[in-house]
Design a protein around this ligand. Structure first.
Ligand SMILES: Cc1cc2nc3c(=O)[nH]c(=O)nc-3n(C[C@H](O)[C@H](O)[C@H](O)COP(=O)(O)OP(=O)(O)OC[C@H]3O[C@@H](n4cnc5c(N)ncnc54)[C@H](O)[C@@H]3O)c2cc1C
Length: 407
């Protein structure tokens, strides 16, 4: 494939650049941007609304759902350009990147027209309620129940690690509706109003000081049947759509830390010498550059598939796996380079405004979110390389018969 922009895409790229220059901060001018607190959230909503008003939100969504009616290649151009800026888009990635595609696929026309435009303009924020205390990698083992109640469903149970639930107006929730069939067949996917009685959100404090994710408790929370996504018992298909969209969304924005490392190597001196002259730094630079270049090549392969009308496949897991590991390694290496200053995480005192110190504390979570390293390796082994499936002891067993502990 020819990776040069078509004249139309080149024109679009120029418009994106000039809008970002006028409305966002360059990454090189501001290394760190806080995502914590009400004020940061309000600023993020205002930024996203301006982006939507300028016609740059949800580029490939149909216009009747609040999108710009463009193509996936426009999404790619936006992602390539926005990488050079600091924005607070993170609050909206789960809704727009993960939940939106499943809603477009599985919801009714009325509900799509009601909810998607408000998601696309960031008026409503969404979260993804899949993981539970005993169902993370094996999310199909979840226990939150949904029971019929006339035209509604009644939800009881607990979710955990729900990013952004404290800000969310709605969520996409995966529930168990039938424990008598195998674990994958007894699941149903819904949208849920997070502001109703019976939904309790408890933030979890992280080691980096932030409160990014939450526990969420449901006690007789109500969902109208019109908010069901797909068939009763067909929730696993919907969940896979959400998870594949998530991996794609993450692989596009997966922080690798490499551009920041390159900026640092260009500017930092150690004992009066540029660190770029240090042989260990040069060896690390070469290693991470080759990984970064490899990721970009894999990304281009996905773009080629999308440009030819296909979908990005399990290869998105490769970007997630390699990028997340590199991100953590770079953060750890840079903090060692800083010597004693490497342990001071202070925006005003630390080198590079504490970016790498913050990354040391947050990057382990990135290796878990959206599927752990081991789960990514399983997906690559089975779905990309075609290796045999790992043994699954509960295959074909009714969910209620799966042992949960020593008897
Ligand atoms: C920052 C962050 C944000 C998150 N946001 C959300 C969110 O918004 N919504 C949501 O629903 N969830 C969210 N999660 C949860 C995330 O999806 C889970 O943490 C992840 O799927 C792993 O599940 P677990 O934590 O239960 O670990 P477990 O599944 O218990 O895994 C424990 C260990 O066992 C390994 N393991 C498990 N199964 C296998 C296997 N088959 N083969 C080899 N090794 C295996 C894992 O790799 C891991 O090392 C978030 C997590 C993080 C860290």
């Amino acid at each position: 494939m020819d990776f040069e922009d078509t004249p139309e895409l080149a024109d679009f790229r120029a418009r994106v650049r000039s809008w970002l220059d006028a409305n966002a901060v360059r990454r090189t001018d501001q290394l760190f941007m806080s995502m914590e607190g009400e004020e940061a959230f309000r600023e993020a909503k205002a930024w996203y609304k301006a982006k939507a008003d300028a016609g740059f939100a949800c580029l490939s969504w149909p216009s009747e759902y609040g999108g710009a009616g463009l193509t996936s290649l426009h999404d790619v151009v936006w992602a390539q350009e926005v990488e050079n800026y600091r924005t607070r888009d993170g609050y909206f990635v789960i809704g727009i990147g993960n939940c939106g595609p499943a809603i477009q696929h599985f919801s009714t026309e009325d509900v799509k027209r009601e909810l998607l435009p408000r998601m696309a303009s960031a008026e409503d924020v969404w979260c993804q309620l899949f993981s539970e205390p005993s169902a993370g990698s094996d999310v199909a083992g979840l226990r939150t129940r949904a029971e019929r109640d006339g035209d509604n469903w009644k939800i009881n149970g607990q979710k955990i690690w729900t990013s952004g639930a404290q800000y969310s107006d709605y969520g996409v929730v995966l529930t168990r509706t039938d424990p008598d069939v195998s674990k994958y067949r007894g699941l149903t996917l819904f949208m849920i109003d997070m502001r109703q009685p019976g939904v309790e959100v408890r933030p979890i404090k992280q080691m980096d000081g932030g409160q990014h994710f939450n526990e969420v408790y449901f006690q007789d929370a109500i969902i109208p049947d019109s908010y069901r996504l797909g068939e009763v018992g067909g929730g696993w298909t919907g969940a896979l759509t959400v998870l594949m969209s998530e991996r794609l969304a993450i692989s596009g924005i997966q922080p690798t830390g490499f551009p920041q490392f390159l900026d640092l190597v260009r500017s930092l001196e150690l004992n009066g010498e540029p660190i770029a002259d240090d042989p260990i730094v040069r060896e690390r630079l070469a290693t991470w550059y080759s990984q970064y270049a490899g990721l970009q090549a894999a990304n281009k392969r996905m773009i080629t598939a999308v440009a030819k009308g296909g979908v990005a496949g399990a290869e998105a897991s490769l970007g997630k796996l390699v990028g997340a590991v590199m991100n953590q390694e770079i953060a750890n290496f840079c903090c060692q380079l800083f010597g004693p200053a490497g342990i001071v995480s202070d925006e005003n005192l630390s080198p590079e405004r504490g970016h790498f110190q913050h990354a040391v504390l947050f990057s382990p979570g990135v290796r878990l979110a959206g599927g752990t390293d081991e789960v990514m390796r399983n997906i690559i082994a089975e779905q990309v390389l075609g290796l045999p499936q790992e043994p699954r002891a509960d295959k074909g067993m009714a969910f209620k018969d799966i042992p949960t502990g020593p008897s």
